[in-house]
Design a protein. Structure first.
Length: 693
């Protein structure tokens, strides 16, 4: 039986329902249909419970109802969202409510590495919040940026401005933008390159919408078709057809007006979910009800019947002026021989020379309709053959759904390869401005997509106030610890932040003065691919040229290695905190001993890691660091302040492991006091140390 963690869960947010006439609705229907027998993908689909375009599962065959707000269809888990009728804002409310429902479901069912695929750019002001929330749950955010929502005529100027700003924010806060048009992908890069998180370019890929080239299972004399034609007053090959959402930007006004101007004897059948307000506006402008050729024939949920109606149409109109690859256009090219399209780049990109084109200027479409009426059967058949060939090569649902499968499962493949692992760089700051930290400044210059900087501020109040005002939210997250609480408490706080992250993610511990470079991350990313290792240690040189980390643990002191190539037995492997990278699974059930303030924190950690038989890896990269104890400073007070902490921590650490360890601790402290006393010409330091002990 397929284990839960082997299944890639994909949450689809943005479609109103399944199988209606919008692009996303058609896409979700087909995607779930083609993948319903896939054991390694599980879809979760948000649907509108009420309002315009809502989901009525009672009209769809093959549905298994779970309750009033949940059902299974095409093996997908579908959940309905109640929407208050608040005008244009309900589109925003719907997406936000759907995403909240997704996050709740992911938490409750402990779903690992989910993908949340958001269709359209409606919730820009909330994008950063959900991006962080979904990442916190170990997931990724994919986006379909749609086709210029901000250009849609149905919106007022302020709302269009909102959509444009929203688009920019959503592109910024996504891991991958899946564009259904080459033109849309080009537009995304032209507008938003360099405007992502940390100034990155957006990641994009192109996947079009698809069409089903199989013929309808219905025959021309099928009772279902015959009854429909009789009810609507239509005849095979004697009607022009349009199928789509009843919105202004789909050119309904132009198509109806121009058809009324034409000399055609055929009917114009309009399959759509009628909006009464827009319908009344058109009647007032056009008085189309006086023209018996114009027929609003309602909706058709039966996919086989709809396909047959397309096949039997004399010609198909496509008036979409906004959007990328529209499903209704692809389906028309695959089903209807003669297609008349509004002349915009998106449509020409799809149909090329397989259709006839018209502009929205008065008279253009009426003239083309009259021309189409005069075309011979051979001309129409030849154009239909070209269209079907184009669709078969580029736009079949089999191909498109296969590309989506690759993209959705690529996350799991990349994760296994170490390429989708998230890296959390934890920098502990002490009485230093963020902008003065060598570590933070170096990290912020790196454009690592999976790198997240967490600053834990152990500073006193004056520094905290300034640091809170400084930090750039897009580049790092900041947490004041309320004073100097020491390393162990700060590290435990960081682990509490990261507790819900993937166990394969990496936490990296940094001091605030380490000049970390790109070479370190390149090396680390190469090594984490090998799941054999849990802990990754770079080669740390002090200012005196000595390699201080990694080293070999010993009874009295660690044994320094003489070259980076020197091998250290796993059961004696030891290292310092600086630049230490650890898989989060190594910290499962682990907390740092808060009896240790600063020193011996790393020594205790490696004692515990060796007991857990974790595997250590030396990274073949050199990092040079200045250590205060090895500096030329002769500031006695600074030495004494630092040494007091070292004494306390050493005594505490040595007391954990019996008499022998405690004796070792005293010997080490006395040895250090002699060395520091000689270096500072203050041998009385030994006396103070003896009193301290």
């Amino acid at each position: 039986m397929q284990r839960e963690n082997e299944v890639q869960h994909v949450f689809l947010v943005g479609a109103k329902s399944l199988g209606a006439y919008g692009g996303y609705e058609t896409f979700v229907y087909k995607l779930t249909e083609y993948h319903q027998n896939k054991k390694n993908i599980k879809y979760h689909v948000a649907c509108k419970a009420n309002g315009d375009g809502c989901m009525d599962e009672t009209k769809v065959e093959g549905v298994t109802r779970i309750n009033d707000h949940e059902f299974e269809f095409h093996n997908a888990h579908c959940f309905k969202i109640d929407i208050p009728q608040i005008g244009a804002a309900q589109a925003i409310y719907y997406d936000v409510a759907a995403l909240n429902a997704c996050c709740k479901y992911i938490k409750e069912h402990k779903i690992k590495n989910p993908i949340v695929y958001i269709m359209a750019c409606r919730i820009g002001p909330f994008a950063a919040h959900f991006y962080k929330e979904i990442h916190k749950l170990g997931g990724t955010v994919y986006l379909n940026p749609d086709g210029h929502e901000w250009m849609r005529a149905k919106w007022s100027a302020p709302i269009r401005k909102y959509w444009k700003i929203s688009e920019q924010m959503m592109v910024k806060y996504c891991d991958l933008a899946i564009c259904d048009s080459v033109n849309i992908e080009k537009y995304i890069h032209e507008c938003y390159d360099g405007k992502g998180i940390k100034g990155r370019n957006p990641k994009t890929t192109f996947i079009a919408y698809g069409a089903d080239l199989t013929l309808s299972k219905l025959s021309d004399d099928d009772e279902k078709l015959v009854n429909w034609y009789k009810e609507k007053g239509l005849t095979k090959k004697e009607y022009y057809l349009v199928v789509g959402r009843f919105v202004p930007e789909n050119s309904f006004e132009v198509m109806i007006r121009e058809f009324m101007k034409s000399k055609s004897k055929k009917d114009f059948a309009i399959i759509t979910n009628v909006n009464d307000k827009f319908l009344n506006e058109l009647e007032e402008k056009l008085h189309f009800k006086s023209d018996k050729r114009i027929k609003f024939v309602g909706t058709v949920y039966d996919q086989e019947l709809l396909k047959k109606i397309r096949e039997n149409a004399y010609a198909y109109f496509h008036g979409h002026t906004v959007g990328g690859t529209n499903p209704s256009l692809i389906e028309a090219l695959g089903s209807t021989d003669l297609n008349l399209l509004v002349d915009v780049g998106f449509n020409k990109e799809v149909a090329e020379d397989c259709a006839l084109y018209w502009s929205r200027k008065p008279g253009s479409l009426a003239k083309l309709i009259d021309k189409a009426d005069q075309m011979s059967a051979d001309e129409i058949t030849e154009m239909g053959q070209r269209a079907k060939k184009r669709v078969a090569e580029e736009y079949t649902w089999n191909k498109i759904c296969g590309q989506y499968e690759d993209v959705f499962l690529k996350y799991k493949k990349l994760s296994k390869a170490g390429m989708m692992i998230e890296y959390y760089a934890v920098v502990v700051l002490y009485n230093k401005k963020i902008q003065e930290s060598i570590t933070v400044s170096h990290l912020m210059q790196l454009k690592e997509e999976q790198l997240h900087i967490i600053v834990l501020d152990n500073s006193t109040d004056d520094y905290v106030v300034e640091n809170k005002e400084y930090f750039p939210i897009d580049l790092l997250t900041y947490h004041s610890m309320g004073g100097n609480v020491g390393l162990s408490k700060a590290y435990n706080y960081a682990l509490s932040i990261l507790k819900d992250k993937s166990e394969d993610d990496i936490v990296i511990w940094f001091d605030d003065d380490t000049p970390v470079k790109q070479e370190y991350f390149d090396c680390l990313k190469n090594k984490v691919v090998d799941k054999t290792f849990d802990v990754f240690v770079p080669v740390i040189y002090g200012q005196n040229g000595v390699i201080y980390s990694p080293n070999e643990s010993g009874w009295l002191k660690g044994k320094y290695i003489k070259s980076p190539e020197q091998q250290i037995p796993q059961n004696k492997f030891n290292a310092i905190n600086s630049c230490l990278a650890v898989r989060l699974k190594a910290y499962k059930g682990y907390t740092y001993d808060e009896g240790l303030f600063m020193d011996c924190v790393d020594t205790k950690l490696f004692d515990d890691f060796r007991k857990k038989e974790l595997k250590f890896c030396t990274l073949p990269v050199k990092i040079y660091q200045n250590f205060f104890q090895r500096s030329d400073s002769r500031n006695v007070q600074k030495y004494w302040n630092r040494f007091r902490i070292r004494i306390n921590d050493t005594l505490y650490y040595s007391s954990l492991n019996g008499f022998s360890s405690k004796l070792c601790g005293y010997i080490r402290i006395l040895g250090w006091s002699l060395v520091y006393g000689i270096n500072l010409d203050r041998l009385n330091l030994v006396y103070f140390v003896l009193r301290r002990c």
